[in-house]
Ligand binder design. Structure first.
Ligand code: SAH
Length: 361
């Protein structure tokens, strides 16, 4: 690796093979890289001085040559339902949010892939920020490491949903590298099947994902059943149509017993009619699918309302009657603004022009 000549290479950005090489470039045996990787990812230790099995001389050498630029936990808020939102400060002073959702049915970490988001879906607060920047692989993976440490789950199973801020397939390489880092047996050893990647359907990314050796679960943010309607709700649909998205889903290689989750945000009087439900059944015909209905989390500045429970249940009933597997996402952490689509960090929008007039909190 040529990068090691650069002073203070950030070791949190390296997968295990790269980290071993960085140590070899420093004149050390490669197993030292494996040890450092274990400290960072399995034990959440980012201070070389605390890596006690490395020897004082090596620790001094590492401190001189490298840094470990993981985010810093700045604040946390716990909801009445136990959901906890973590505010993390990145090395450049930007902020992101990650959410711990207990018992759903497993413990789940909701992780961000970008600061802000470029997709600008009509009902999502994060979209109002615009895209500030991509997160690096280390910044994505670190969220899981920090939450695991903070919640005492480093050695217990947990799931990750890439449903925080950002569009993972719009930050493809960093997202995949983060999955690789998290899966490594020397680190958190998180099997990719415990990770769900949620996307609005960035088609070139979806085609690449289909070829990945480490395959997360796939969730598609569908939200509408006609191009006319989806163009309005998910602007990316103007580039990649519903037909192309569905065709890509039909081609997507699924392991045995896996299904693609289709997320469908429910907007009162907009996309929640019985006709919408029946169109959705037809659209998903021939796909191993399950549908997750997301009754809208309302927020100031979002021009939609949440439908009544009766309306949501009727929609779900129509799907279930036609043998579509359907669930309704219980909204978690709304009181601390941690629910789906509510992650936004004040003062970090891409530009004032994209921001809403009113304060969002
Ligand atoms: N960009 C990715 C992942 C982040 S959003 C994606 O769009 O899939 C995770 C889910 O929350 C998406 O399905 C998104 O549409 C949904 N969501 C966004 N805003 C919401 C809101 N206000 N209420 C309910 N769900 C929302």
């Amino acid at each position: 690796m040529t990068q090691t000549n650069r002073p203070h290479l950030d070791l949190a950005e390296l997968d295990r093979a790269e980290l071993e090489q960085a140590l070899v470039d420093l004149g050390e045996p490669s197993y030292r890289g494996r040890q450092v990787f274990h400290w960072i990812w399995a034990r959440g230790v980012t201070d070389f001085a605390l890596m006690t099995d490395l020897g004082q001389t090596l620790r001094t050498k590492l401190t001189a040559a490298f840094r470990i630029g993981t985010p810093v936990l700045e604040a946390r808020h716990t909801s009445t339902d136990g959901t906890t939102k973590f505010l993390l400060r990145l090395a450049d002073g930007r902020h992101i949010e990650s959410v711990f959702i207990p018992d759903t049915p497993a413990q789940t970490f909701c992780v961000s892939t970008q600061v802000g988001c470029a997709m600008n879906c009509a009902f999502c607060l994060t979209g109002k920020m615009g895209l500030v920047r991509n997160l690096s692989a280390g910044e994505i993976a670190s969220q899981a490491a920090i939450l695991a440490k903070e919640t005492g789950l480093t050695t217990s199973p947990f799931n990750i949903v890439l449903m925080g801020m950002g569009e993972p397939l719009h930050n493809y390489d960093a997202t995949m590298k983060a999955i690789r880092i998290l899966a490594d047996a020397q680190g958190l050893a998180l099997p990719p099947k415990r990770i769900t990647l949620s996307t609005v359907g960035v088609l070139p990314g979806l085609e690449k994902l289909a070829l990945e050796p480490l395959m997360p679960n796939l969730a598609i943010s569908l939200h509408a059943t006609t191009n006319e309607q989806r163009d309005q709700l998910v602007p990316l649909n103007r580039k990649f149509t519903l037909e192309d998205l569905i065709a890509a889903c039909k081609r997507f290689p699924l392991a045995k017993r896996r299904r693609i989750t289709f997320e469908y945000v429910m907007l009162d009087g907009v996309n929640d009619t019985p006709e919408d439900a029946r169109r959705l059944v037809r659209l998903l015909n021939g796909i191993k699918a399950k549908v997750n209905l997301l009754p809208l989390n309302e927020a100031a500045g979002i021009p939609f309302r949440r439908p009544s429970d009766a309306r949501v249940n009727e929609f779900a009933r129509i799907l279930a009657e036609r043998d579509v597997i359907v669930s309704v996402r219980r909204s978690r952490g709304r009181d601390i603004r941690a629910a789906c689509g509510q992650l936004i960090v004040e003062g970090e929008r891409a530009s004032a022009g994209q921001a809403m007039g009113a304060r969002i909190r």
